[in-house]
Ligand binder design. Structure first.
Ligand code: HEM
Length: 118
């Protein structure tokens, strides 16, 4: 079970890399105003949701400890906000820089919650 948790955690971190990496690829587009939602962002956000929910199940199923429901609930709400922004704008030719900024800041907020909420 612990190997499964570790594999899911690796995929969870791959998801963060895709989501935040997608945001970073659009930084240079801020100069021209041609900011887009790239597939790495949608795939990364969906990966976070799927691996996050699977992690909850695997951690809860191992009887030695529980997940922190308030922390996970907060991360879920933040990720749902990210998903609304990336999914809702994924076919747009260009999006406002504010949307890119919000996706990046919400992703960093969730990393901070994951690491600092003890
Ligand atoms: C952008 C969104 C997210 C980011 C950046 C993120 C980040 C992280 C990071 C860095 C870790 C490893 C550190 C730790 O164990 O706390 C982690 C673990 C975890 N995440 Fe996420 N996460 C996100 C979304 C979610 C969602 C939506 C869920 C569940 C619905 C979730 C559930 C979990 C669980 C269960 C763990 C393992 C916690 C444990 O072993 O006790 N994550 N996440």
């Amino acid at each position: 079970m612990d190997v499964l948790r570790q594999i899911l955690l690796v995929l969870h971190i791959v998801g963060i890399a895709a989501l935040l990496g997608g945001v970073l690829t659009q930084m240079s587009a801020l100069k021209t105003g041609d900011v887009r939602i790239v597939p790495a962002m949608t795939h990364g956000a969906l990966t976070m949701l799927v691996t996050g929910l699977a992690l909850v199940g695997v951690v809860q199923a191992g009887l030695d400890r529980e997940v922190d429901n308030a922390k996970i609930g907060t991360k879920l709400v933040v990720l749902l906000a990210i998903l609304v922004l990336v999914w809702g704008n994924r076919t747009a030719d260009r999006v406002s820089p504010r949307i890119l900024g919000a996706i990046g800041l919400l992703t960093i907020a969730n990393i901070a919650i994951a690491v600092m909420w003890t």
